[in-house]
Design a protein around this ligand. Structure first.
Ligand code: ZN
Length: 370
C-alpha cells in the first residue's frame, strides 16, 4: 500500500532570520532585547514536528524523503529575474532584508530554493502516484511572498512555484485548488494567481491580522480569474466549530465546483490556541478534521491527489501536536500520542452564543463568495 511522504531537508531548518523577534518591534529604547528563544520564526516548531513523528508509531507509515532544489526555470515562472538577482547578491554576501519582516542570512537564496523544491517534489510524487499523499516541511515558508517582494518570513512563493511547474510539466494537471488555512492571509499566492482561471486560491485567516490591507471577502479575482479567489476572514477568538463550519460550508463546496486536478493546502498551524502571532482557538482535532475533509474532496475530485506544504505556526508546544493529528489523518493510522493540554484547549472554546456569532459572520461571507 502506498505511504504518506514527508518531504524534509535539514538545511531548511538552518535558514536564519536574524533580528526578527516575537516582539516584532525595533529593539532598543524602551524595548529590551529578548533572549534568542524569542526569535519569531524559530526552526524548532518544524524540527519538533519531525522529531515527534520519529518517536511515534506513525514513523513506520511515513517515508521521510529529501528533494533537489527547484531550478532557476521553476523560479522564473513566478518571480522576475530582477528579484532573483537582488536576493542572490545579498545572499552571497552576509544576507540582509529585501522586504518587510523577511530577513535572511548568508546562503539564504540556496535554502529558499530547497524549500520551494520540497513543495514541487511533493506535488510530483503524488501526481506520479509514488505516494498516496505528501507533506512538505518547507522553510522558509512561502504564502506571503509577492512575485517581486519577500514578506512575512517568506522568500519565494513555494506553492506557486510547485503549482506552475506541475501545470507546465504534467498534461493531466490542468486546474489546481490551493486552500490556505494558515491564520494569516495568503496574500502572495492571491496576488500571483489573481487573474488566473486555472488556479483557485482560498485563504481562511484571522480578519485583519497580517498583512495589513488584505483579507477582504470582496476580493474575488479579476479578469479570467474572477470567482477564482476566495477570502474567508474569520473573526478573532474562533475555535474548532467555526473552522469546521467554514470548511464544510464554504471551502469544500467552492473546491467541488471548481473540480481541480490537484489540491494543495498551505498548511500554517498558527490558528492553534496558544500561538503568539494570532488569536484563534483551533487544536489538533481541528486540523485532523480539516485534513479528513480535504482528503474526501481529493478522492471525489482528483484521484486523491493531495499535498500539504507547511507555512506558519509559532508555538513550539502545540504545533507538533497539530501536525501529528494531520499525519494521523493522512496515514489513516491512529497512535497513542496525545497533547497533555488538550482538555484546556477544549475548555477555552467559545460559548454557544459566541459560536453563533462567528457562524452568522461566516454565513454572510458565504453569500458573497459562493
Ligand atoms: Zn501565518
Amino acid at each position: 500500500m502506498k505511504k504518506t511522504a514527508l518531504f524534509h531537508n535539514e538545511r531548511c531548518l538552518w535558514h536564519s532570520t536574524p533580528g526578527l523577534y516575537v516582539l516584532a518591534k525595533p529593539v532598543g529604547g524602551w524595548v529590551q532585547p529578548p533572549s534568542s528563544a524569542g526569535l519569531a520564526e524559530s526552526p524548532d516548531t518544524k524540527r519538533r514536528i519531525v522529531s515527534l513523528l520519529e518517536v511515534s508509531r506513525l514513523r513506520q507509515e511515513i517515508d521521510i524523503v529529501d528533494a533537489p532544489p527547484c531550478t532557476e526555470e521553476d523560479l522564473l515562472r513566478v518571480h522576475p529575474q530582477s528579484y532573483l538577482e537582488k536576493f542572490k547578491k545579498l545572499s552571497d554576501g552576509n544576507g540582509g532584508e529585501l522586504g518587510p519582516h523577511a530577513p535572511f542570512g548568508k546562503g539564504g537564496y540556496e535554502i529558499a530554493k530547497l524549500s520551494a523544491g520540497l513543495a514541487k517534489s511533493a506535488m510530483e510524487s503524488v501526481i506520479e502516484k509514488r505516494y498516496k499523499n505528501a507533506y512538505a516541511i518547507s522553510r522558509p515558508p512561502g504564502h506571503h511572498c509577492l512575485s517581486d517582494t519577500p514578506m512575512g518570513f517568506c522568500m519565494f512563493s513555494n506553492i506557486s512555484i510547485g503549482v506552475e511547474a506541475v501545470l507546465h510539466n504534467y498534461p493531466n494537471i490542468k486546474k489546481v485548488a490551493i486552500i490556505d488555512w494558515d491564520v494569516h492571509h495568503g496574500n502572495g499566492t492571491q496576488e500571483i494567481f489573481y487573474h488566473r482561471a486555472d488556479v483557485l486560491t482560498i485563504s481562511m485567516h484571522q480578519d485583519r491580522c497580517f498583512p495589513p490591507g488584505y483579507s477582504g471577502e470582496n476580493d474575488l479575482g479579476e479578469g479570467d480569474g474572477l470567482g477564482c479567489n476566495t477570502n474567508i476572514p474569520i473573526l478573532p477568538g474562533a475555535g474548532h466549530e467555526a473552522y469546521l463550519y467554514a470548511m464544510k460550508n464554504i471551502v469544500i463546496p467552492k473546491i467541488e465546483r471548481f473540480a481541480p486536478d490537484l489540491i494543495v493546502v498551505a498548511s500554517g498551524l498558527d490558528a492553534n490556541a496558544v500561538d503568539p502571532l494570532a488569536r484563534m482557538l483551533a487544536y489538533g482535532d481541528t486540523f485532523r478534521e480539516m485534513t479528513k475533509m480535504v482528503m474526501a474532496t481529493a478522492k471525489k475530485c482528483c484521484e486523491d491527489r493531495l499535498v500539504l506544504v507547511h507555512e506558519g505556526g509559532y508555538s513550539e508546544a502545540m504545533v507538533p501536536f497539530c501536525a501529528h493529528a494531520i499525519f494521523e489523518a493522512l496515514t489513516g493510522v491512529e497512535s497513542d500520542v496525545f497533547d497533555p493540554d488538550i482538555e484546556s484547549y477544549k475548555g477555552w472554546q467559545p460559548s454557544e452564543e459566541f459560536n453563533d456569532y462567528h457562524i452568522s459572520h461566516l454565513k454572510k461571507i458565504a453569500d458573497i463568495v459562493l
